[in-house]
Design a protein around this ligand. Structure first.
Ligand SMILES: [Zn+2]
Length: 334
């Protein structure tokens, strides 16, 4: 008996739940819900590996890392692990043979696989990440719940549980994942080889989501955000606001997102005095900005909606930025 490794960061609630289960007391199906980028798929894969690892372990969660089960899971070639992300394609009715994780599984594969026995004689695990069900996939799943085959575990992950058909959702045990702490995000980013100061910075703007932290670090999104932040404060103070760093065709959407985030925080602080912020790294500067009256805030929100709407048209990005700048600027002194 070994303890096994289960090095998923965060997810204390789900971890506590599964640690107390055994392969016998596991349900047939789980629905992992929670915001995007908090580790639902990572947990699902780790749970799958725990179940497919053949080394005896003290708890349900954990794997050895070197048995044939672990090796196949790591290589994406385990015959008893089906992993699909997004929408399941319907698939070719006549396609036969084995299924590899590296090939894209289809709804027909799912139906076929559900009727088979485990190759390795243990569990079979189906993970549908960010699931988006076609009618065929939904039918396959309903069939699965009407007559659950022995030894099969189905894990569905979604950040939009409302879009999972109620008939399917009601048959899955829901497990909720919360936002990650900044320290947990730093830990995850460091494991990916991102250096400590970048990881800290990304975590501070990520709002609990690794995905957002990675977007920030990726492809200069950080630079777009920085440019939009500077522009926002300059515009709100009525100063010279230079939008060239973010108001370009390819960066407009990301830039507007930053501006909207700051505007929402500013309004929340202006109305409530204190509030949990979407851009906590800018708290000091936001607090220092003089609040506006309710009408000015309403105009600002309206201009942001307009800007987002026309951002997808042919209007020049600089004009879009200017529209928001006018709503941000303080009223001229009378
Ligand atoms: Zn193993």
């Amino acid at each position: 008996m070994i303890d096994g490794t289960f090095d998923v960061v965060g997810a204390a609630g789900p971890r506590a739940l599964f640690e107390h289960l055994t392969p016998e007391t596991l349900s047939h199906g789980y629905l992992f819900t929670g915001p995007a980028g908090v580790g639902k798929k990572t947990f699902a894969r780790s749970l799958a590996q725990s179940l497919l690892c053949i080394t005896p372990k003290r708890t349900l969660l954990g794997w050895c890392g070197h048995c044939s089960g672990c090796t196949h899971v790591a290589a994406g070639t385990h015959p008893d692990l089906l992993y699909a992300e997004g929408q399941l394609k319907i698939g070719d009715r006549d396609a036969g043979g084995g299924l590899r994780e590296t090939e894209e599984p289809t709804a027909r594969d799912l139906v076929r696989q559900l009727s088979l026995h485990a190759y390795a004689g243990g569990k079979r695990v189906f993970v549908l990440g960010d699931a988006d069900f076609t009618r065929e996939a939904a039918n396959a799943l309903l069939k699965f719940f009407e007559e659950p085959p022995a030894g099969v575990l189905l894990i569905v992950t979604t950040s939009a549980p409302g879009r999972v058909l109620p008939t399917i959702r009601s048959r899955l045990v829901e497990v909720t994942f919360g936002l990650l702490s900044d320290a947990e995000i730093v830990e995850i980013l460091s494991r990916r080889g991102i250096d400590a100061s970048d990881a800290q910075r990304a975590a501070s703007i990520a709002g609990g989501s690794v995905r957002r932290a990675l977007q920030y670090l990726d492809e200069g999104e950080g630079a777009i955000r920085d440019a939009a932040v500077e522009w926002f404060f300059a515009a709100a103070q009525g100063g010279e606001a230079d939008a060239t760093g973010w108001a370009t065709r390819p960066t407009l959407e990301a830039g507007l997102e930053t501006v909207r985030t700051l505007a929402r925080d500013w309004i929340a602080l202006g109305i409530a005095g204190s509030a949990p912020l979407l851009a906590p790294d800018q708290r000091t500067r936001l607090v220092a900005l003089p609040a506006r009256d309710a009408n000015a805030f309403a105009r600002l929100l309206a201009s942001l909606s307009d800007a987002e709407r026309i951002a997808h048209s042919n209007v020049s990005p600089m004009l879009v930025a200017d529209l928001v700048r006018m709503a941000l600027a303080p009223a001229p002194a009378r």
